[in-house]
Structures are given as C-alpha cells and as structure tokens.
Design a protein around this ligand. Structure first.
Ligand code: GUN
Length: 286
C-alpha cells in the first residue's frame, strides 16, 4: 500500500479561488476584506511567511496593510499601532508575526489585539472560546490540518490521535480540534517517555516538532493519517532544500495518507488565514 498524498497546494488553490468570489461580493457592498500584518525585525523565515501571506491576500481580492518595524523597535510603538488598527474600519484582521524580538512580552502584544480581529486566534479570549468548543477564529495551521484530514473522508470519531508538539500556535489548538472531532488525543513533547509507543498507536499522527525527518517508519502504524507541520531548512551540505518533521519517503509506503513538505500544511495555513479574514469581514459587514 502506498499513502494517499494530501495535496495542500491544490486544496489551498481551490479554496482561495472560492474566497476571491466572496471577497469580491463584499467589495461590491463596500467592504473589501482587509488584513493588517505586523512584522518586527528581519527573521528570514518570518519574512518569507509574511511575503507569502500578503501575496495570497492580494490574489484573493483582499487588501493588506503592511507594517514592518525594525528589530529594536520599542514595544509601545507596536502596541500603539495595534490600538489604531483595532479601530480602523478598513481592517478586519490583525496579524502579528511571531516570534517577536526579546524586548517584547508576546502575551501582552496578543492581548492588545481586538479579539474580533484576531484572525490568528491567539488572543486568550479566542483560545478560551476554542477550548469551550465555540471558536471565534480557529488558529490557521491546525484549521488547515483539519481541512486536509477532511479530504481523506475518514471519520475521526473514536480514532486515536497523537500530536507531537505542545506549542500554543500548533500543538495545543490541534489537540483541541481533534478532541472536538471525537478523537482520543495524546499530546507528546520533548519530555515524553517512550514516544514510539504512543506514535505507533496513532490512527492520526500530527508532527509539529521542528526537527527534520524526526518521524521515522518504525514510529507509524500501518494505514495512519500522517500530517507533517514541520518546515525545516536542510543544511547546505545536505542540499539546502526544505523538509518536514516526517521522513516522507520512508513513511509513505506505510501510511494511509501523508502530507508532503513543501505543498502540504504550509499552503493550507495561508488559505485558512484568508478564510478567517474573510469571515471577519463578513461579520463586520452584517
Ligand atoms: N509564526 C509561526 N506561525 C505563525 C502563525 O500562524 N501566525 C503568526 N502570527 N505567527 C506565526
């Protein structure tokens, strides 16, 4: 058996074409969706992510408002900008690219974003709403993963799901979404003992660790749905390309379905950011 390849690039493209139709409809009513993007510093990975988000935004008929700040900017300046954007009727979504430089208290910055415009879903009020099963915005990466899982047609009810990684951005909201979908969820992390014993039980395995090719064939149950959230740049001596947290070639023959890197989860994160921005604009237009 060889795995179904979950083509996030193709699904993202389809979704973004649908979003453009909805964005253009809103624009006709005078509410073209607008996303404000704040980027502090020059982290190369963040610069690439932000560039891709802005490009996708424009292609889907939405406006972006870009606010780059130098790495040594005073937090008060950024907080002031967020306060302005909270009140700006042309802005339906506010995204602060993470991580922020060390002078920032990330929680303070996320708390400053008006929850109704928090399209990343990172504000404590939105995290709480998600936890209660009544989300306002679902964090983009786990949201994209749920869309990819839906593509398999597999009923998630009663399945064993194992998430490797416990970050606020991916691991924790991912676990919550799988729980709400009826899975029995285990969250593993760097302190987990006998990780393989957990992963080998997984019908659904989500890898969000940030270590290249960490998930090997012996860790995967035959037929499992394997979702690779990792985007790792290989060292120059290894060719310098991108690779995920899963050893794709080794796991593909065993898994029931698997996401490639690139072209799996990454494009879905961007699509779901646009989905949330559009949803926000539709709510404001009501
Ligand atoms: N950094 C890594 N992933 C994300 C994300 O989804 N949103 C934001 N704002 N920053 C990130």
């Amino acid at each position: 058996m060889t795995a179904q390849i979950l083509d996030g690039a193709a699904l993202s493209k389809r979704l973004r074409a649908e979003f453009k139709v909805r964005a253009d409809e809103l624009a006709l009513q005078g509410h073209r969706p607008g996303l404000a993007v704040i980027l502090v510093g020059e982290n190369p990975a963040s610069q690439v992510y932000v560039r891709n988000k802005i490009k996708a935004c424009h292609e889907a008929g939405m406006i972006s408002f870009d606010f780059p700040f130098p790495a040594d900017v005073a937090p008060a300046i950024v907080l002031q900008k967020i306060a302005e954007l909270n009140h700006d009727p042309a802005v339906h979504g506010i995204l602060v690219q993470l991580p922020l430089p060390p002078q920032f208290d990330e929680a303070e910055v996320l708390a400053a974003i008006r929850p109704e415009k928090d399209v990343d879903g990172f504000h404590a009020a939105n995290v709480g709403a998600l936890m209660q099963g009544d989300p306002r915005f679902i964090p983009c990466t786990p949201y994209g993963v749920m869309k990819l899982l839906a593509e398999t047609g597999v009923d998630l009810n009663g399945k064993e799901a194992v998430v490797i990684g416990r970050s606020n951005i991916v691991g924790k909201p991912m676990a919550m979404l799988l729980l709400h979908a009826g899975c029995t969820v285990t969250v593993c992390h760097s302190r987990t003992k006998d990780l393989n014993a957990h992963t080998r039980r997984a019908d659904i395995l989500v890898a969000a660790i940030g270590k290249p090719k960490f998930v090997t064939a012996d860790m995967v149950k035959p037929g499992a749905l394997v979702i690779d959230v990792g985007i790792n740049r290989l060292p120059a001596e290894a060719g310098g390309g991108l690779c995920g947290d899963v050893d794709f070639e080794a796991v593909k023959p065993i898994a029931g379905a698997i996401t490639p890197v690139p072209g799996g989860v990454g494009p879905m994160t961007i699509a779901m950011l646009l989905a949330n921005t559009l949803t926000s604009a539709e709510r404001f237009a009501e």
